[in-house]
Write a protein that binds this ligand. Structure first.
Ligand code: GAF
Length: 409
């Protein structure tokens, strides 16, 4: 009853076929893949330098392609909402100047990643960008993208594309392999080329994800701890509401700004450094809205640390309660949920054997994540389908490996 999805190997096989179809017989040389993610708890805390607890998904984006002799780039993708492959052609500026975003918008992720990979290489080589006219560090290439991460579904399709592309470029022109730099460069690509001022969670877990584990990420130090999550009696169910409200784009930067204002009023570098006591003492100096936003963030950071401890102990019931608290806080204090997500969470929580459920990701649509006993999976899906007024899609998932080069043999 849950959706099946292609494996990375199947996506690569499809991408190779498309490569042959578009570019002729020439064999592609290189392939890379990177996963989407689901965040178990710790929402809207990453850009406040707090903790998050996501896991990498078996849903991945793959990039298959090879180097060409000139500075030209051609990228083709067959996305789920298009019958024909989409194609973009552009030339890498020989003087190292930036690759500005433009149309088609999906190609901006690719351009942003190329730009920041070039910048990283220039920086790592200690050569000023303006001096590299004769030796562009990223060669021209042709590539095909294929993905099983639903677009715009709140499972980080964009981060998986960025990180997969970065990993692909690393095969064409190797860097020093610093994984934190990979995540940071891909985050910058999202900032400069998709105009989304996101935190580091999505790119970080797409790089560092590990099979059988969630990742507790400290978004201030950028250190992470693996939290085992491979109990066969447990299922992690993702339910896609299949709605996306138009608020998403405008409300995310607003939330981020409100948090920065709150931190500044409290005299802190970020809300990570603030306590509820600090906030209560400043009550008269912050608006009601700012108070609610800050309270969510301060409590959610603490909840995430407690949730990771509970998961380590196998205390699933306690973990589930924290998931529901997190959802309620996102609904009432941070105000990023919506009717559809609330309905999915309520429906899941009515089923015996469900430990917890919450919205996941930025909000205003997208997915919920539910933790439940494995033997409750069928009745949970049936019940959600009955209760939800929309058309949900279900994914039964396991924590999976982060970005990697793939063998083509
Ligand atoms: C989006 C962002 F990209 C993340 O950085 C994070 O802020 C998340 O929303 C909310 O937790 O996925």
């Amino acid at each position: 009853m849950a959706s099946s999805f292609p494996s990375a190997a199947e996506l690569v096989a499809g991408a190779r076929r498309l490569f042959g179809h578009v570019f002729g017989e020439e064999a592609p040389l290189t392939a890379a893949c990177a996963p989407g993610r689901v965040n178990l708890i710790g929402e809207h805390t990453d850009y406040n330098r707090g903790f998050v607890l996501p896991m990498a998904l078996p849903l991945v984006t793959v990039v298959v392609g090879g180097q060409t002799s000139g500075p030209n780039v051609t990228v083709v993708t067959l996305s789920e909402d298009a019958d024909e492959p989409r194609r973009v052609d552009f030339c890498l500026p020989s003087d190292g100047s930036p690759l500005p975003p433009g149309l088609p918008s999906w190609a901006n992720y690719v351009k942003g990643v190329i730009q920041h990979y070039r910048a990283y290489l220039f920086h790592a080589l200690c050569v000023p960008v303006s001096c590299c006219a004769s030796a562009p560090p990223v060669p021209g290439f042709r590539a095909v993208i294929a993905s099983s991460v639903p677009l715009g579904g709140g499972l980080s399709s964009s981060a998986s594309l960025e990180v997969a592309f970065y990993t692909f470029l690393q095969q064409l022109k190797p860097d020093d392999g610093d994984k934190v730099s990979t995540a940071l460069a891909c985050q910058k690509a999202e900032h400069t080329h998709a105009a989304v001022p996101c935190g580091i969670m999505d790119q970080f877990v797409s790089v560092f994800g590990r099979e059988g584990h969630a990742l507790l990420i400290d978004c201030r130090s950028l250190e992470s701890t693996l939290v085992p999550l491979a109990d066969p009696s447990l299922v992690i169910l993702i339910t896609n509401s299949n709605v996306k409200h138009s608020l998403t784009g405008s409300e995310y930067p607003t939330r981020r700004r409100q948090c920065e204002e709150a931190a500044s009023t409290l005299g802190k570098d970020s809300l990570r450094d603030a306590t509820i006591k600090d906030l209560e003492e400043a009550r008269g100096r912050v608006s009601d809205v700012t108070y609610r936003r800050a309270r969510h963030v301060i409590e959610e950071i603490e909840r995430t640390v407690r949730a990771a401890e509970a998961l380590k102990r196998g205390a699933y019931r306690e973990f589930g309660e924290l998931m529901v608290e997190s959802h309620n806080s996102l609904r009432d204090l941070y105000e990023v949920s919506c009717r559809e997500l609330d309905e999915l969470v309520s429906a899941a929580m009515e089923v015996q054997g469900v430990f917890g459920s919450r919205m996941t990701g930025g909000g205003f649509g997208g997915c919920t994540v539910t933790l439940l006993q494995a033997d409750a999976i069928d009745r949970t899906i049936v019940h959600i389908k009955e209760r939800y007024r929309g058309t949900p899609t279900f994914y039964v998932t396991t924590p999976s490996e982060g970005a990697r080069a793939l063998s083509l043999h």
